[in-house]
Write a protein that binds this ligand. Structure first.
Ligand SMILES: Nc1ncnc2c1ncn2[C@@H]1O[C@H](COP(=O)(O)OP(=O)(O)O)[C@@H](O)[C@H]1O
Ligand SMILES: [Mg+2]
Length: 259
């Protein structure tokens, strides 16, 4: 299920503004890769291009290639809807559909994909996805109540259940814990640890402890100044980035000297 992502010389533009420049990297399957760097250096922009989510922003486009197990996401005739099914995304603020029940929230992506399903199959998928998101025990007795009734941490796990219900190969997470309290944050981190057995996971985080706790590899991004494009500065094993990076700017950032 889990797949390797290879990025070749990627530039990302918003109209004339080049927000991200010259990114080449390989993201390994069955692992967690953390993106770190100061605000505005293009982490979210780059992350969105890994499932073509930037295309919903008028004027946004890329140059370069993103290969998922060798297939270019930007190849001719590739359907972005199928790309987003293969590469799921979890956002900064939990965004369950507020009036939908917990059950229907889990099935929302599956229904969008137009899959017709027997009720028993749907029930099994709801249970499996909520188990996978480590939320089942907390919600199994209230599946028909609205998702908005859950706590923030539970809502974020519901969004993760919704993402995994469509059986993606890759899960992208953009600061998934930034709106959560420390206990819910640890619950999500434990979940990420479990999920990496099956999925390729990329997480943007501003929390250095989180990056060092959950990720196998870390990519440090930076910008030379306002209006300049963000670049990948250093990419290596997380232990190396946090203990013995090659680049001074990485060292300064992870030790809290700027950013
Ligand atoms: N929808 C957008 N339209 C135009 N410019 C954007 C948009 N989103 C982000 N940017 C710009 O792209 C640059 C990188 O932003 P972003 O990817 O959000 O950085 P980060 O996630 O690292 O904080 C910033 O200069 C930001 O203002
Ligand atoms: Mg961001």
């Amino acid at each position: 299920m889990s797949k390797r992502i290879q990025v070749n010389d990627l530039n990302v533009f918003y109209g004339k503004f080049k927000a991200v420049e010259g990114i080449s990297m390989t993201i390994e399957p069955r692992s967690v890769t953390a993106f770190i760097g100061p605000s505005g250096c293009g982490k979210s922009t780059f992350l969105r291009t890994l499932n073509r989510m930037h295309e919903v922003i008028p004027g946004a486009y890329v140059e370069g290639e993103v290969l998922v197990d060798g297939d270019n996401l930007y190849g001719e005739g590739v359907d972005p809807v199928l790309v987003r099914r293969q590469v799921g995304m979890v956002f900064q603020r939990p965004n369950p559909f507020p009036t939908m029940s917990i059950r229907d929230n889990v099935l929302a992506g599956v229904k969008l994909n137009n899959t017709r399903m027997a009720k028993s199959d749907a029930d099994a998928l709801v249970e499996k996805s909520l188990q996978g998101a480590n939320l089942w025990n907390e919600v199994k007795d209230r599946l028909n109540l609205p998702g908005s009734g859950l706590s923030g941490g539970q809502q974020q796990r519901l969004c993760i259940a919704r993402a995994i219900a469509v059986s993606p190969e890759v899960i992208l997470m953009d600061e998934p814990c930034s709106a959560l309290d420390p206990i819910s944050t640890l619950a999500i981190e434990d979940l990420i640890e479990d999920l990496k057995r099956e999925y390729t996971i990329v997480i943007v985080t501003h929390n250095m402890q989180q990056a060092s706790r959950v990720s196998d590899k870390t990519a440090f991004f930076n910008i030379a100044g306002t209006g300049k494009p963000g670049k990948l500065i250093e990419y290596a094993d997380t232990t190396k980035i946090f203990s013995n990076p090659d680049v001074q700017a990485t060292e300064d950032y992870v030790s809290g000297r700027f950013g």
